[in-house]
Design a binder for this molecule. Structure first.
Ligand SMILES: [Zn+2]
Length: 236
């Protein structure tokens, strides 16, 4: 092939690649516009970002390579509607819609799809976002591998390592939450309560996270907004 023709074809190919890249980027921008920010109202201190629309089109397979396997039809029978939407379709619950956001007892938070242990109560804190938040996770949590910049700004998807179920996202803004375990870890796992089942240490009844919060339960300030403890010294 003459060199000129080769260069022409190569340039033509590159232009097509560039057009494809631009189209892809535009598509991604449109998809990002559909994302809903899990922001801290009033505080303006941090952003927790996730989708209110299924991430199915964006996400890698939630089936390939995972130990627990079911067909989507089977999952739809095993899980409730909201559990299926989150775990299998990558959806997001409304803030303050899960009973587990206010759960403060000692215990383990497990996967609603396969009972895999995911988070400990010691790592839980009240972020003010309306979603159950944790500073650290157990080995049962898988974090999607994305580039560090994207992870820093937009968060990384968290999944159950056994069944591939979508749990929420992890953000690297833990330092914003002083007086919480997230300040020490530097991380904030922003999790959909409906993806979890809480197993109390006292062996009392499991709490399924797709249940609504108790009506009338008073909400206090988030942990990191609590006033500092004032130490008083006794006078002799
Ligand atoms: Zn699972």
């Amino acid at each position: 092939m003459p060199r000129d023709v080769f260069i022409l074809r190569k340039n033509h190919f590159m232009q097509k690649e560039e057009v494809a890249e631009v189209t892809h980027n535009n598509k991604k921008t449109e998809e990002k516009k559909q994302l809903s920010r899990r922001s801290l109202l009033g505080g303006g201190l941090m952003i927790c970002m996730t989708t209110v629309v299924p991430k199915k089109a964006l996400a890698k397979s939630r089936t390939d390579g995972y130990i627990v396997q079911h067909t989507e039809r089977e999952w739809s029978y095993i899980l409730s509607g909201s559990q299926y939407n989150i775990l299998r379709e990558g959806g997001t619950e409304r803030p303050n819609s899960s009973i587990l956001e206010g759960e403060d007892r000692s215990g383990i938070f497990t996967c609603a799809g396969c009972q895999n242990s995911l988070f400990e109560s010691d790592a839980k804190f009240h972020s003010g976002t309306g979603w159950p938040s944790f500073a650290t996770c157990l080995l049962g949590v898988e974090t999607d591998n994305v580039n560090p910049l994207q992870a820093g700004l937009l968060g990384k998807e968290c999944r159950c390592k056994q069944c591939g179920g979508h749990l929420g996202d992890v953000f690297f803004d833990g330092k914003l939450f002083v007086n919480t375990p997230a300040f020490r870890s530097g991380r904030r796992y922003c999790i959909d309560g409906a993806a979890l089942v809480f197993k109390p240490s006292d062996k009392s009844e499991d709490i399924v996270g797709d249940a609504a919060p108790e009506i009338g339960k008073k909400r206090g300030l988030s942990d990191f907004l609590q006033p500092p403890t004032i130490k008083t010294t006794e006078r002799a």
